[in-house]
Design a protein around this ligand. Structure first.
Ligand SMILES: Nc1ncnc2c1ncn2[C@@H]1O[C@H](COP(=O)(O)OP(=O)(O)OP(=O)(O)O)[C@@H](O)[C@H]1O
Ligand SMILES: [Mg+2]
Length: 234
């Protein structure tokens, strides 16, 4: 089967600084995939190139077999790529429900029932009427994922949805992502919280200075000497 996402030899530089240097990775339909690496290693840049926030300088990005690297972000969203942002920025003066209706309209679906269904999936049903600037940290992360889900993605990329959360809250977010995956959504998890990303992922890659330094099962990755050196400070 053709991989859902095929990244081939993708590079991105910022004024001569190589944030991504020839990154290649395939992600299978239905996979739970972990992306780790130290601060500044290029994780967000990679998903910015995949989601269309940034244009890659070279290389190819295929989704569902078709080249997407020239497409604007909204067209990639329509094809089924959604991502949450590392720093959630909901419309502060709007309610949780209204925040969800904005991307739903954008996706051309605009259905109130669907918004309520997504809020239920995220465990935010009882917060629908709450103004988003009154949400707790974990509720904000859930809203950020809910907004991504409003595009009805086939691929959901979660950029550090768990940073700063308590271990109970991390479990809640993990459970949500497991459920979405069980419903057929391919998930890429960017995460610094090792226990979470290793529990979640079937396969992990580690980036360091814009290059993939290793790829494998969670068990193989944590044991990898280069990962320990680059990432775990061993
Ligand atoms: N728009 C930009 N302009 C210039 N430099 C950038 C830009 N975006 C990222 N960078 C630089 O590219 C490198 C990779 O950044 P990136 O945000 O992809 O790292 P990251 O792996 O997501 O890190 P973190 O774990 O801290 O989120 C960093 O050195 C960063 O400063
Ligand atoms: Mg990042």
């Amino acid at each position: 089967m053709t991989p859902l996402l095929q990244v081939k030899d993708v590079s991105k530089n910022f004024g001569g600084f190589m944030a991504l240097d020839g990154v290649s990775v395939d992600i299978a339909q239905g996979e739970r995939f972990g992306l780790i690496g130290p601060n500044g290693s290029g994780k967000t840049t990679l998903i910015n190139c995949v989601s269309g926030v940034l244009a890659n300088d070279s290389g190819s990005i295929r989704f569902d077999g078709r080249e997407i690297s020239g497409l604007p972000a909204y067209q990639r969203t329509r094809r089924g790529i959604a991502r949450s942002f590392q720093i959630p920025r909901p419309f502060a003066s709007m309610s949780v429900l209204e925040n969800l209706l904005v991307p739903l309209e954008y996706a051309g679906t605009g259905k109130l029932d669907e918004a309520h269904e997504i809020l239920k999936q995220m465990g935010l049903a009882d917060k629908a009427a709450t103004q988003s600037n009154r949400l707790s940290q974990v509720e904000l992360r859930k809203l950020e994922l809910a907004r991504a889900m409003a595009a009805r993605p086939r691929l959901l990329i979660s950029d550090e949805a768990m940073a700063g959360l308590s271990s109970n809250e991390i479990s809640e977010v993990l459970e949500i992502l497991f459920k979405l995956n069980a419903a057929g959504i391919t998930i890429v998890m960017i995460e610094h919280i090792m226990q979470a990303v290793m529990k979640f992922s079937q396969r992990v890659i580690c980036l360091d200075a814009g290059r993939i330094i290793c790829e494998g099962t969670p068990a193989a990755i944590v044991a990898h000497p280069e990962v320990q050196r680059a990432y775990l400070g061993a």
